[in-house]
Design a binder for this molecule. Structure first.
Ligand SMILES: C[S@@+](CC[C@H](N)C(=O)[O-])C[C@H]1O[C@@H](n2cnc3c(N)ncnc32)[C@H](O)[C@@H]1O
Length: 222
């Protein structure tokens, strides 16, 4: 069960895709975990629980942080809450694992307040993603690893290219096709007008991107 104070982003397909990927990923034991757009905190809590690590949860919403506190408390995960934009984590010691499910939905505008701040991210869906890609190298320890989930509608290749500038070991490690939720359904005509989807398209692809400083060494099979 996930505690969620009204108004906080309800964990859904993107959350669960990243949570499932974390469960299957080889991760360093111990250490520290940062959840940069925490919402209910369930992603950070999952990672910290798997690693026996301490979690730092950052969000611009106080309600989100209160939900994260409840979820961590219920799971016995020690958590530090940071209210503010994710860039404020730059002032903290670096982290071994960073998880992020940021706002990424293409939208006619960028909301300054209200629930849509949890998902809307400007006309190309990158008002948060571009800043996150620029900030991530400063948040990770030398051997740290970051995991980001977002929609292919907001340009996964651009995320990979931007991250590789500071984190050479960046690649897409999971994909899933999911039906449009109510937000995308309500703006499908606008998305088609911008050429982001076909007129009849009603599914999007979610991607999980893993980023670290060095490319993982692939063992050659005989
Ligand atoms: C898509 S929700 C994801 C929530 C949760 N991680 C999950 O996967 O269910 C994005 C969250 O980012 C927060 N947020 C939006 N802009 C932010 C920013 N600049 N810095 C930190 N958090 C932000 C929102 O309040 C919201 O809780």
């Amino acid at each position: 069960m996930v505690f969620r104070i009204p108004g906080v982003y309800r964990p859904q397909a993107d959350t669960w895709l990243l949570a499932e990927t974390l469960r299957r990923a080889p991760l360093p034991r111990g250490g520290s975990v940062l959840d940069v757009c925490a919402g209910t905190g369930i992603l950070g809590c999952t990672a910290a629980g798997l690693l026996g690590a301490r979690l730092t949860a950052v969000d611009i919403s106080r309600r989100a942080l209160a939900s994260a506190w409840l979820n961590c408390r219920a799971r016995g995960v020690p958590v530090r809450l940071v209210h503010g934009g994710f860039e404020s984590a730059r002032a903290l010691p670096r982290f071994d694992v960073v998880v992020a499910n940021p706002p990424y939905v293409p939208a006619p505008g960028t909301p300054r307040r209200g629930r849509a701040r949890a998902w809307d991210a400007g006309p190309d869906g990158r008002s948060v993603l571009d800043r996150l890609c620029a900030t991530l190298p400063d948040l990770l320890t030398e051997r740290g690893v970051a995991f980001i989930v977002h929609s292919a509608l907001s340009d996964a290749e651009r995320t990979v290219t931007q991250l590789r500038a500071g984190l050479a070991g960046t690649s897409v490690i999971a994909r899933a096709s999911v039906a449009f939720g109510p937000v995308l359904r309500s703006r499908s005509a606008w998305l088609a007008e911008r050429g982001l989807i076909e007129k009849t398209q009603r599914t999007e692809e979610l991607v999980v991107i893993r980023a670290e400083r060095e490319p993982s060494v692939e063992l050659a099979l005989p």
